[in-house]
Design a protein around this ligand. Structure first.
Ligand SMILES: Cc1cc2nc3c(=O)[nH]c(=O)nc-3n(C[C@H](O)[C@H](O)[C@H](O)COP(=O)(O)OP(=O)(O)OC[C@H]3O[C@@H](n4cnc5c(N)ncnc54)[C@H](O)[C@@H]3O)c2cc1C
Length: 438
């Protein structure tokens, strides 16, 4: 009998899924013992921009923990540090004598194009690119054949998603509580004395400490690795989300659009960074929130508000990204000409809200959505800043920032610079509004 084929699976850093379709396909083809799983820490990718250092620690530590998890399950792991993805994969294929490579399609445009057009030629073995499973819109696309030039609004997209996945519906298919949208109940400002429960913190283990040393010493990014205490495993991310369900979801709705000079987290879930890299599953989050409503633990306006964010906005943004790339990267409907002001990079300004918000994101990597939209983008739109400059600042500063989520949110929604495809009108807030919500 001839030797069995060796098949490699390349897992990208934002695809740390408990159920990974590329792995499943490889195991089915040649059996687990003939599968090689390759991870690449690419210097070129890590240094593409001066990223938030806490994001780099989170991403690399989560990758390393995930690789360990697979090793414990009996997979052969090849964890490579290379100049680029291409160099790393060439090295891997040669060393392991792989006869084929399977990978899941990247969520980011440039990497997906590279997978499709260059990877096979570069490594010299057949490449299979399996469809992504990280987004619900990959399972069900409410607008599979969009008409060129037509605008599709989020609300219809979202209702269709709810209908398809059967979320917050009565037996006859109508929305629970009689309405699809409870935004009117979700615009309260915070009381003078509020006490939002703080999310859990996670002590860095040996793997994370090693990454902290690596990033702290070598990388030129934004912020610092100091006091890193974020989840880096599926279990920790789940604990973070469970804590939200138990202690903050009930107040999520009413204070969803509120701001405070004290903190950014408030009653938000603070889980975007983990769902974006596969440590949490968005449908499971939605079902758990629905469960909290059905068990009487949270009101419909809080739960619907949360479901709208995850199943509506998040999916709609991914859909818009793939509709509009590559033009979205340079879209500039309002003809912005200015560069990103220095105050966003150092937090030093007499403008109180920008000083708080920029200062906090530089330190922690996080702002809530209303701070990102109504303060940062509001200022940048009014000041005529080039949307691509604003997007680059977001990509550098936030710990949950990836191309697919930054471009539609910043260039499309925040800067209203994609001819109104993502948001029909600009979000411009008066000082009065900001004062009222703070
Ligand atoms: C200008 C701008 C830039 C943004 N940049 C990013 C980014 O780089 N990365 C990112 O993940 N989100 C981004 N968002 C969306 C949103 O602000 C963050 O997802 C949210 O603030 C993360 O905090 P949270 O987990 O506490 O969210 P919550 O308020 O608790 O919301 C729950 C979840 O809904 C999802 N969500 C809500 N709104 C959006 C949205 N518009 N797009 C995508 N997902 C959404 C997130 O997964 C989030 O964790 C941006 C929004 C704006 C307006």
């Amino acid at each position: 009998m001839g030797e069995k084929e060796i098949v490699s699976v390349w897992i990208l850093g934002d695809q740390l899924l408990l159920r990974h379709v590329a792995l499943e396909e490889a195991v089915e083809r040649v059996g687990r013992e003939n599968v090689r799983v390759v991870f690449i820490e690419s210097i070129e990718r890590i240094r593409q921009l001066p990223y938030q250092k806490k994001k780099l620690v989170l991403l690399l530590s989560a990758m390393r923990h995930y690789a360990e998890r697979l090793r414990e399950q009996g997979y052969t792991i090849d964890y490579i540090h290379a100049d680029s993805f291409g160099e790393g994969l060439k090295q891997h294929v040669a060393q392991h004598k792989s006869q084929a490579l399977i990978t899941m399609e990247a969520s980011e445009y440039d990497t997906r194009l590279w997978q499709q057009n260059e990877l096979e030629r570069m490594i010299g073995v057949p490449v299979t690119i399996v469809r992504g499973t990280q987004f619900l819109v990959e399972q069900y696309n409410p607008i599979p054949h969009p008409q060129s030039g037509k605008r599709y609004i989020m609300e219809h997209f979202y209702r269709d998603m709810r209908r398809h996945f059967g979320i917050l519906l009565e037996g006859d298919g109508s929305p629970v509580g009689g309405q699809w949208n409870y935004d009117k109940l979700n615009r309260e400002s915070l009381p003078a004395r509020f006490n939002a429960p703080t999310p859990p913190e996670f002590e860095p283990d040996a793997i994370t400490r090693e990454v902290i040393d690596l990033i702290g010493e070598n990388e030129q990014g934004v912020g610092s690795t100091d006091d890193f205490n974020l989840p880096v495993t599926h279990e920790q991310a789940q604990a973070m989300f469970d804590d939200f369900l138990a202690s903050r979801l009930a107040d999520f709705g009413p204070y969803e659009d509120a701001m405070s000079t004290r903190e950014s987290g408030l009653y938000h879930s603070q889980v975007s960074a983990y769902v974006n890299i596969g440590l949490l599953d968005s449908l499971e989050m939605v079902l758990a929130a629905e469960g909290a409503y059905r068990n009487g633990e949270a009101s419909i306006n809080s739960v619907e508000g949360f479901v709208r964010q995850v199943m509506g906005w998040r999916e709609y943004m991914y859909w818009q990204y793939w509709q509009q790339m590559p033009d979205l990267r340079t879209a500039n409907s309002w003809h912005g000409t200015r560069k990103m002001p220095l105050m966003f990079w150092n937090g030093r300004t007499g403008m109180n809200c920008i000083s708080h918000i920029a200062g906090r994101v530089l330190e922690t990597g996080y702002n809530n959505h209303i701070e990102r939209l109504m303060v940062v983008c509001n200022f940048c739109l009014l000041a005529g800043i080039i949307p691509a400059e604003v997007a680059e600042w977001f990509l550098c500063c936030y710990f949950d920032a990836y191309d697919w989520v930054v471009l539609p949110n910043v260039v499309g929604m925040g800067m209203n610079s994609d001819d109104g495809y993502t948001a029909t009108k600009p979000y411009i807030a008066s000082a009065n509004y900001i004062h009222r919500m703070s």
